[in-house]
Design a protein. Structure first.
Length: 288
């Protein structure tokens, strides 16, 4: 095999709690991760000259060692003791710096893709260990589907996929730095924490209402304060008929949960009309 294609799916957080800060600076989290049908397309090709080359269709992305694809490819080649040259083409559909783990999922797809292309036969357990060295969300992107994520994001418990529904995912024309959000989170002043255990039970019981009524993200306290447009998008989604709406990850992406695709499509038209978002997708949950 000379070439391999992979889809790298983005995620949303149905619930996101931060429990504390570790001495090494990482935050202890407790989140419900859900893969969604917005994905990047990656093509991995063997090339005769050594080295890792990346081409992407979005100018703002780094193509050097700062790209998470590069970090993942380098780690895989080193692990396999291979000097094979690799060319990766990225078609970026997931909004960038959006709270949808776009970079992390590309890194996970690279580990999985190159393990296959180069016939590495590295077992899942070791791939997960390699993944966390690249970033806290990368192990989840290897596992995919629905999961409870704890520790710094590397302690994963797979969950059943929630009941079918439709999503509207919108990103305003701002980029949010995850580092800024965590640095400005004031844990001691939080009035309440999301009921992540209750949401887990609701998912296990396939209770969509139980899930949507528990949608909460503590990082909204930082990001909405700094960028009120996120709150406005949430309002607009609720007004357009969403069961609930929430910011994903450190933002600024907002998702609304709708009973049906028709309702989500109708809400998309409304949101398109008021100009709060730059990128807008109707999507659904994806199973691993
Ligand atoms: P998370 O939800 O994990 O916090 P995010 O969606 O907020 O991630 P990303 O889209 O992963 O953020 O991008 C964050 C930064 O990482 C970008 O500013 C970008 O320059 C850099 N980056 C490196 N590699 C990639 C990649 N393959 N795709 C997207 N961004 C990348």
């Amino acid at each position: 095999m000379e070439e391999l294609k992979k889809k790298a799916y983005g995620k949303i957080n149905l619930g996101l709690d931060v429990l504390g800060k570790r001495p090494d600076g990482y935050h202890e989290v407790k989140m419900i991760m859900q893969m969604v049908s917005v994905y990047d397309e990656l093509t991995f090709r063997k090339i005769p000259e050594p080295g890792i080359r990346i081409a992407a269709d979005k100018e703002e992305l780094p193509l050097n060692e700062d790209n998470l694809i590069y970090k993942a490819a380098k780690q895989m080649l080193e692990r396999l003791g291979s000097s094979q040259g690799i060319f990766v083409t990225l078609k970026k559909n997931i909004p960038i710096a959006a709270g949808m783990a776009g970079g992390s999922t590309d890194a996970a797809a690279t580990l999985l893709g190159l393990n296959e292309l180069l016939e590495g036969n590295i077992p899942m357990e070791e791939l997960l260990e390699m993944a966390v060295k690249i970033g806290a969300d990368v192990p989840y992107c290897i596992l995919q589907g629905t999961a409870l994520s704890e520790g710094i994001g590397e302690v994963l418990t797979p969950l059943p996929v929630p009941p079918a529904c439709s999503l509207l995912i919108g990103k305003p024309d701002i980029n949010v730095s995850t580092k800024y959000v965590y640095e400005n989170l004031q844990l001691d002043t939080l009035k309440q924490h999301p009921d992540i255990d209750g949401m887990r039970r609701a998912i296990e019981e396939q209770d969509l209402e139980g899930i949507t009524e528990r949608m909460e993200n503590v990082l909204e306290t930082v990001t909405i304060q700094r960028y009120p447009v996120i709150g406005e998008i949430k309002e607009a989604m609720l007004k357009a008929g969403a069961l609930n709406a929430l910011m994903s990850g450190s933002g600024p992406t907002v998702f609304g949960v709708f009973d049906s695709k028709e309702l989500a499509e109708k809400a998309k038209k409304e949101l398109d009309g008021i100009g709060l978002v730059k990128e807008l997708f109707v999507a659904e949950f994806v199973n691993s």
